[in-house]
Design a protein around this ligand. Structure first.
Ligand SMILES: *Cc1c(COP(=O)(O)O)cnc(C)c1O
Length: 412
């Protein structure tokens, strides 16, 4: 049979055509350089304003050396799940470093942030339980909630009133006279939102969950390494880290390596080792990525790490001032984020229309700048945007190049 003519391929081609027609088609582009502020894509040199490598660690010699030493010592493949063939020293060291960095009793490393969320929420909750999430949480949290089978309730983005009402409803479910066990209630939010760059009101969220006796899980993917005096994250900066039952994040953003983590009590970690399916049924990640992450965590806690973080905030400052000067503020149609209310290294330039966002992105590429358009389903339909991210590794000149290109392209 000729596969090209089969129903299967025909069906896929039909669906792909529909994706293209909506301006939502995605494709992979070969990258021929390390990750960094300057990259080579399809042999074009681009200044990269799209990476989550906020501290410029992804290609740092410190991490490269740690990873290559781990390869020399432990090889490449993990052989099996960590519960089967044993836990490599670099995984142990990473978990100790994570727990001490975050100030928690224990930590567990996963192969990605995605699988950390998936394994954790689906282990903690079942169909009799209730999970309450912010409307804008990352896809991995939504998928995890669905997988758990718990009743899912969504509160409007950062809306404490809405959260309060849902928590009150959930509390009512607990006191209801029913033969089934009382539901567990878990609230999940991000601390820095990945596509809008704004911050969750963690102090108030903690107050609410304590009031109703619910549990809280916070995804610090975009905050770890950047906020708080010890750079533990936004929970530290808010002074509420000790009251959060489950702190999760990724090792792939500011930490510059790969993998995910959960930090919390010893009991939580012991429970996840026994119940988190994405941990149990997946081969241990390459020890080199753990070794690189441990090196990064050491660096982040050092005076050099503090310096690097300060440099990031200086660049953010330069860029926000420049954007306001060239009038880009007008483009920010969302209510969640204003450029003047500088909050972080993620600055979404909301465009709205998907095709228009694609056109702006390609015009920027012609100017040697990479900021891909972020479209549905990553963000809502009609909320396409250029998600501009800043790294400590950008130079002042990189930022001037960006501002000049934006002022040429955007209808300021
Ligand atoms: C990137 C991201 C994840 C997933 O982490 P990976 O290590 O890339 O799988 C989880 N949550 C948020 C908010 C993220 O932005």
């Amino acid at each position: 049979m000729d596969l090209r003519k089969s129903d299967f391929i025909e069906d896929l081609n039909h669906r792909l055509a529909a994706i293209r027609a909506e301006g939502l088609y995605r494709e992979l582009r070969p990258l021929n350089s390390p990750q960094g502020p300057h990259i080579q894509i399809q042999n074009q040199s681009l200044v990269n304003f799209s990476s989550n490598d906020y501290l410029g660690l992804a290609n740092d010699p410190l991490l490269r050396i740690a990873a290559s030493q781990a390869v020399d010592r432990y090889g490449v493949g993990g052989g099996a799940s960590r519960l089967i063939c044993g836990t490599f020293t670099p995984h142990d060291e990473l978990e100790q470093a994570l727990a001490s960095f975050k100030g928690t009793e224990a930590a567990l490393a996963f192969s990605s942030g995605y699988t950390a969320a998936l394994g954790t929420i689906s282990a903690l909750l079942g169909k009799n339980d209730i999970v309450i999430i912010d409307k804008l949480v990352h896809a991995c949290i939504i998928d995890a909630c669905r997988l758990s089978g718990a009743s899912l309730r969504v509160f409007a983005h950062n809306d404490l009133h809405d959260l309060d009402e849902i928590l009150r409803w959930a509390d009512g479910q607990k006191t209801k006279d029913s033969p089934t066990p009382k539901p567990r209630v878990l609230v999940v939010t991000e601390s820095v939102f990945s596509m809008d760059g704004d911050l969750a009101p963690l102090v108030e969220i903690v107050r609410l969950k304590e009031h109703y006796g619910a549990w809280l899980m916070v995804d610090e993917a975009h905050a770890t390494g950047l906020y708080g005096t010890r750079r533990r994250g936004w929970a530290e900066a808010c002074g509420v880290a000790d009251q959060i039952e489950i702190q999760m994040g990724t090792l792939s953003k500011a930490i510059g390596s790969a993998g995910g983590y959960v930090c919390g009590s010893r009991s939580l970690i012991d429970f996840l080792v026994n119940r988190a399916r994405s941990f149990i049924f997946s081969t241990s990640p390459i020890p080199a990525s753990a070794a690189a992450a441990t090196a990064a965590i050491g660096f982040i806690q050092s005076p050099c790490g503090e310096q690097r973080c300060l440099q990031l905030w200086q660049r953010v400052d330069q860029i926000t001032k420049g954007l306001i000067k060239c009038g880009v503020k007008k483009l920010v149609i969302g209510t969640t984020h204003e450029i003047t209310r500088q909050s972080g290294a993620i600055i979404p330039l909301l465009i709205g229309d998907e095709l228009k966002a694609m056109n702006v992105a390609s015009a920027l590429r012609a100017h040697g700048i990479l900021i891909p358009a972020i479209r549905y389903p990553t963000v809502a339909r009609g909320a396409a945007r250029l998600r501009l991210t800043i790294s400590a590794a950008h130079t002042e000149a990189d930022i001037s190049t960006l501002l000049e290109a934006l002022s040429n392209i955007l209808p300021c």
